[in-house]
Design a protein around this ligand. Structure first.
Ligand code: PMP
Length: 368
């Protein structure tokens, strides 16, 4: 018998999530992974410069103590209601493994964060994707039937659409027998968190991240808030997997970010102001998009295909996100950058659209 064949047949196969490109070089404009265009709070830099290098010898605190304390104080939750992980991807992956274990299909929108179906496949969790409606909104009724768990981002990604807390509460209340995970990666940009519901619903897990509004994607800090029962189960699985996931610098630097509320608010407000300005500018160029409450817009142009614009922009060193997938293949997800980056984007888009419409007119003349 062929021994190699044996193991090859039994490998756990996965089709990995494809993240946005991380191109190098200073001259590019990177609007493809929803990072914050501004640096982390000044206190984060100061703490980074004075980190106790010798402490790297030691294992970090398994409970990320100082960061957990800062987050508990900030959100008004008890330590037994908080879970911290290496980015919200880590938190979500652990939550899938812990809570989606009934054998019944879990539910999530058809257009959403594309890591959900990857984890479902990896862990062999059956799943059903519920189609968003024509306006790309979640259809609440789709989430009221029997299921093995629910995961919804609010605001949704890549649409940017925020559904009111009342809508989410109906879904949570109708599913007391399964765990509802709300992925609030973008909630700080104008949404409202469902965190206030965790005392009331022991089946609710709210997941957030430092990667977007706190400008710390490179540090990898995510966290979840939920009932003590949920958090205990999550920690039991996590500590059965790896107990030292949060590194010491992330713990220390994360604390400084949480402490500087003024900087956090100012940064988020700047992103929101730029996003609102962009809605007008892109509309003027013939783009339409859902009303985003996140740090990105999900735009399609009235006449030029998204793929063409994506490629032209890339040629100019401007990276946005494009998916060649059903229902969204004529849309671009554009992260809100600095005002200067957005001005350059608009300038390039104007030139590209002008050139392409010129090509169209040329073709028509030739055909006459
Ligand atoms: N959820 C959503 C909806 C996202 O868009 C992202 C960013 N890719 C994440 C979770 C994960 O972010 P992170 O792991 O950096 O916290």
């Amino acid at each position: 018998m062929n021994k190699t064949m044996d193991w090859e047949q039994n490998v756990r196969r996965a089709e990995p999530y494809v993240p946005g490109e991380q191109p190098g070089g200073r001259s590019i404009i990177k609007l493809n992974t929803n990072e914050c265009p501004y640096p982390p709070a000044p206190g984060v830099r100061r703490r980074a410069e004075s980190l106790d290098f010798d402490r790297l010898r030691l294992y970090p605190d398994t409970e990320a103590g100082p960061l957990a304390a800062a987050l508990c104080e900030y959100y008004g939750v008890r330590p037994e209601q908080l879970f911290i992980g290496v980015g919200s991807d880590d938190v979500l992956a652990m939550a899938f493994l812990t809570f989606f274990n009934s054998g019944k299909p879990i539910l999530f929108p058809d257009i959403t964060y594309s890591f959900y179906h990857v984890w479902a496949q990896l862990y062999r969790i059956p799943y059903v994707r519920k189609p968003l409606d024509r306006e790309l909104r979640i259809v609440k009724e789709d989430y009221l039937g029997e299921n093995g768990g629910i995961i919804i981002p609010n605001p949704n990604a890549p649409t940017g659409i925020f559904e009111e807390v009342g809508v989410m509460e109906e879904i949570i209340a109708a599913n007391r027998g399964s765990v509802v995970i709300l992925d609030e990666a973008y909630v700080d940009f104008g949404g409202e968190s469902c965190q206030k519901l965790i005392d009331q619903y022991d089946n609710l897990l709210v997941v957030q991240t430092f990667s977007k509004s706190r400008a710390m994607a490179g540090m990898r800090i995510g966290f979840a808030m939920g009932s003590p029962k949920l958090i205990r189960c999550l920690k039991d699985v996590k500590f059965s997997f790896n107990s030292y996931t949060m590194n010491m610098p992330s713990i220390e630097l994360g604390v400084e970010s949480v402490r500087d509320e003024g900087y956090f608010r100012a940064t988020v407000d700047k992103v929101i102001a730029t996003r609102e300005r962009m809605k007008g500018e892109l509309g003027r160029l013939g783009f339409s998009f859902p009303d985003s409450k996140a740090n990105f817009l999900f735009a399609s142009h009235e006449s030029v295909p998204a793929r063409r614009i994506f490629e032209e922009l890339k040629g100019e060193g401007i990276y946005v996100r494009y998916w060649d997938q059903p229902r969204i293949s004529n849309r671009l997800r554009i992260t809100v950058g600095t005002d200067r980056e957005m001005d350059m984007l608009i300038e390039k888009l104007e030139a590209i659209l002008h050139r392409i419409s010129g090509e169209g007119a040329e073709m028509e003349k030739k055909n006459d």
